[in-house]
Design a protein around this ligand. Sequence first.
Ligand code: FMN
Length: 209
Amino acid sequence: MRKILHLTCSPRGPLAHSRVISGELVARLLAAYPAARVIERDLVTTPPAFVDSGFAVGIAAAPPDFGVAALAASEALIAELEACDAVVIGTPMNNYTVPATLKAWIDQIVRIHRTFRSTPQGKVGLLCDRPVYVVIASGGYFTGPSPSGTPAQPDFLTTYLRAIFGTIGISDLHFIALEGLTRGPEALAEALAEGRGRIDRLVPVAASA
Ligand SMILES: Cc1cc2nc3c(=O)[nH]c(=O)nc-3n(C[C@H](O)[C@H](O)[C@H](O)COP(=O)(O)O)c2cc1C
């Protein structure tokens, strides 16, 4: 493993649980692959542009002209993703799904004729598969009911990320859910311990290049 892309998108800076635990996962990968380089992309301090008219026109052009200025930022983000052997995402759950900043990144990197093509059989991804680790921080519970029995919230986050990464050819997704983070100190401690346990199982300390 030579390059790891670390995407973060919580507005809470160093207090963000998604940032802290995804950072620990990156550190674990680095321990296993010491020669790897980490590309840090903070989608809050450097938010990707929202799709504009130049982008919308540019992607529909036939044949596509990847040199057009309106697609330059998209090209750069796609190149960054293509160059990485693994992706680590730290994200809050916002209103049952990904935050707008992460969605803006997705809109830049999921592009017809470039990262997927449309066929009569459906969309076909054009990127090589690679592991994507997604650390999700949520105030409540979405993988099942809360410990007190409140029903699970809807989850449009893991389902969406699976569908959208699958569209561009990436299906090796691993989710680390940190749930119940706003439900008091005990629930918080339990969620962080569970998340760290899951990281231990996903990337054992002894893993090596
Ligand atoms: C705008 C907004 C929407 C949120 N939506 C949800 C939600 O749908 N479900 C949930 O469990 N928590 C929700 N939360 C709580 C956050 O997911 C929780 O505070 C999480 O710990 C934030 O991640 P961070 O610690 O990485 O900043 C929301 C918080 C904000 C600010």
